[in-house]
Design a protein around this ligand. Structure first.
Ligand SMILES: [Zn+2]
Length: 432
């Protein structure tokens, strides 16, 4: 058997258009099945709906189980690309196309790592499970969600490694790699204000619902959420402070914002740190009124609320009620619980060790909580501690950072190799 380079696998995967909708992830599953079949390892395609297949394959035997998961669908490409989004062209050490960073790169790295373990006949004391899942970009119901609910035996594992962490950033002279240990939940709600309609020429006779809502929205905008520092985020903030030469003794709720305001780091990063330390509330849509000369008797507003591990709808309602008066109804219309996996697991330390072993003395590993969600929510929901990575090589193209879900998505081969080496070494060591 001849090893296929991860960049070749990635290029092939990019050429399979699995834009979701409609998905068509079965084509990816079929491609991967053939790759493993050729290596003498037979996996399975699970297809809850036509064309929406996920692929699962297992290597090794034993009681230990390690799951590598990555999604096979991509977001639609849109216009304005400088190259063909599904060409998969490899040029100047870079693989080009939709999915190159989210997250066909991870599939290519996982598959390539597994095939190398097979080729090198590395003995595995346990199972390495690779799950390439459909439908993640629209919530994962037909992919990881389906597997977790209907075929949990296929993905049951001691630990899982997934996408979900930011790419590394250079801080002073250290390259900080992130390990995602949690994802914030969503508690989207609609606020509803009622009033009394009337003629716009005599507004004092009416009770204006838009004005009531405007007051509520303005209070929401000024709301300062309680600062909550989970131990992993405390470690993250203290490590960043140390790297930046800022002395931090305690890191209570009062000190967090003072530290964040001092960190000499990019604003986007600092604000993402701020969102890891509190619930965020953003009033993003408002509807009310019908005509210029009618005082409106109804107005509603949609609020995007993201909650931390440990918070729930009850917490959100209690907080909102402190600032929004009783007259305004609060209706929750989309709730997804936050998820979390502890960094105190020995597996987490192994991930750190393997990262530093590959990235060198110049690197550091830090835990993070994401504001968005991935398939990890299903795994954590099924009791599988799950960790997200975003590993890249030290010289990776910083400009490519913004191409995820954007245009001109691409990855350098060096970063793809680092991901592959990391996953191969992690499996080898965990299943030793
Ligand atoms: Zn993704």
């Amino acid at each position: 058997m001849l090893t296929i380079a991860p960049e070749k696998i990635l290029s092939d995967l990019i050429q399979i258009d699995s834009s979701n909708p409609p998905g068509n992830e079965t084509a990816v599953a079929v491609y991967l099945k053939k790759l493993f079949d050729d290596a003498g390892i037979v996996g399975e395609i699970i297809e809850p709906e036509e064309g929406r297949g996920s692929y699962i394959v297992r290597l090794g035997q034993g009681s230990k189980k390690l799951l590598y998961i990555a999604h096979s669908d991509v977001v639609p490409v849109g216009d304005g690309w400088d190259f063909k989004p599904f060409s998969g062209e490899i040029k100047n050490g870079v693989v080009h196309g939709r999915g190159a960073l989210d997250c066909k790169d991870l599939i290519a790295a996982q598959v390539s790592a597994a095939l190398r373990l097979v080729e090198e006949k590395v003995p595995l004391n346990g199972e390495l499970i690779i799950a390439v899942t459909a439908d993640e970009e629209i919530g994962g119901r037909l992919g990881a969600g389906f597997l977790a609910e209907r075929r949990p035996e296929l993905i049951q594992a001691d630990f899982a490694v997934n996408e979900g962490a930011d790419q590394p950033i250079m801080i002073k002279n250290k390259l900080a790699y992130f390990l995602q240990v949690g994802e914030k939940g969503t508690a989207w709600c609609t606020l509803k204000a009622h009033g009394t309609a009337g003629h716009g020429s005599v507004p004092t006779l009416a009770d204006n619902a838009v004005v009531k809502m405007a007051r509520a929205v303005s209070r929401l905008h000024n709301y300062r959420a309680e600062v909550v520092v989970v131990p992993e985020v405390e470690k993250l903030l203290k490590s960043l402070a140390k790297l930046c030469g800022i002395e931090v003794q305690a890191l209570g709720p009062n000190e967090v914002d003072a530290l964040l305001d001092q960190l000499p780091l990019e604003k986007a990063f600092v604000e993402s740190l701020r969102s890891m330390t509190r619930m965020t509330v953003s009033p993003n849509q408002i509807r009310g009124g019908t005509k210029t000369n009618i005082v409106p008797d109804y107005c509603e507003a949609d609020i995007d609320i993201r909650i931390l591990p440990g918070q729930d709808c009850e917490y959100v309602e209690k907080e909102l009620r402190l600032i929004i008066n009783k007259e305004i109804e609060i209706e929750f219309n989309e709730y997804r619980a936050p998820t979390f996996s502890s960094s105190r697991e020995s597996f987490y330390r192994l991930m750190e060790e393997v990262t530093l072993g590959l990235a060198g003395d110049n690197a550091i590993c830090l835990p993070v909580i994401s504001a968005g969600s991935t398939d990890s929510k299903f795994l954590r929901g099924a009791g599988i501690p799950s960790y997200g990575i975003g590993h890249m090589a030290s010289g990776f193209d910083q400009q490519a950072r913004t191409t995820v879900h954007g245009k001109n998505e691409r990855i350098d081969i060096e970063s793809l190799s680092l991901k592959t080496d990391f996953l191969k070494e992690l499996a080898r060591r965990y299943l030793a």
